[in-house]
Design a protein around this ligand. Structure first.
Ligand code: ADP
Length: 274
């Protein structure tokens, strides 16, 4: 009958649409695989030549034969430090792309709070010392000895927070306090007595390429990617990061993580940074 024929046609249409959608999904998946492969290769292709230039610039700057002029040594050191900045930028951009592509692997293992605290102190004491800032790492006695997390990524976040705290503080102190919370999480709070962040700017500092203030960023340098990466990494670690600050007084960035990393409690894909 006429009605059956109409239904048949509608069914055919639906089938065709379903096939189209499946094909599009496959194409998208393929494109995303190409993108990930490209990024992985790119990371290698960019880093390899840069690393060899950096090694050579260091050799030159060391001037072991003693046959370079003072100016030549200065140039070699500038090549080295600019190269290091470029390497850091490349690493940041690649990290961010990896996270957005859902390709950032988290490798959880038992992490010792004490070792973490010691390593961070050793890394940051010289930097704090240069600016005559006091650096304190405060480990709560209520912490267990170990907890489960990705040590490398956790350190990446904490190093970013600590280096910002030191960078944006002219006098006073920087403190990292690590303590368990009643809800079974652990809080890593980085507090500084630095320039602080105004309420308006607090809304955008976690966005990629955003710096609180262009006059400030010209003075302090940086890429504006660190906090964006830190926020994404803390979510991949099953936690989150928040900020309390008052302009002119100082800031506290707090990273909260579960005491036991559970891959099932992590969103498969974090929303791309804006
Ligand atoms: P970068 O430090 O490379 O500029 P980040 O993403 O780490 O990038 O930080 C973004 C911006 O947030 C900084 O440019 C700065 O304006 C502001 N900011 C971050 N940490 C602090 C801090 N501890 N005190 C004051 N401002 C900060």
């Amino acid at each position: 009958s006429e009605q059956t024929r109409v239904l048949e046609i509608q069914k055919e249409d639906l089938n065709r649409n379903a096939t189209d959608i499946a094909q599009k999904a496959q194409e998208l998946e393929q494109a995303s695989r190409y993108k990930s492969d490209f990024l992985a290769n790119m990371s290698h292709e960019l880093r390899t030549p840069l690393n060899s230039s950096l090694i050579l610039a260091k050799l030159l700057g060391d001037n072991r034969e003693g046959n370079l002029t003072e100016e030549q040594v200065k140039f070699a050191r500038t090549i080295q430090s600019s190269g290091n900045d470029l390497l850091a930028l490349i690493n940041d951009i690649l990290d961010l792309s990896k996270i957005e592509a859902g390709q950032m692997d988290i490798n959880a293992e038992p992490v010792s709070f004490k070792r973490l605290a010691n390593d961070l102190t050793r890394t940051f004491e010289p930097l704090a010392g240069e600016k005559k800032l006091s650096l304190t790492v405060d480990l709560s006695p209520d912490l267990p000895e170990l907890f489960d997390s990705d040590r490398q990524r956790l350190e990446q976040v904490l190093k970013n927070l600590l280096s910002n705290a030191i960078k944006f503080t002219e006098k006073g102190s920087v403190t990292l306090s690590i303590a368990p919370k009643a809800d079974g999480t652990v809080a890593f709070a980085v507090t500084d007595t630095g320039i602080g962040i105004s309420e308006e700017q607090q809304r955008t500092v976690f966005d990629a390429f955003r710096q609180a203030d262009s006059t400030i960023s010209r003075k302090y340098g940086g890429t504006g990617l660190g906090l964006s990466i830190s926020r994404q990494l803390s979510r991949l670690l099953g936690g989150h990061i928040h900020l309390q600050s008052e302009a002119g007084k100082g800031s506290t960035f707090t990273l909260e993580l579960p005491l036991n990393y559970n891959p099932d409690q992590v969103p498969a894909r974090v929303e791309p940074a804006t």
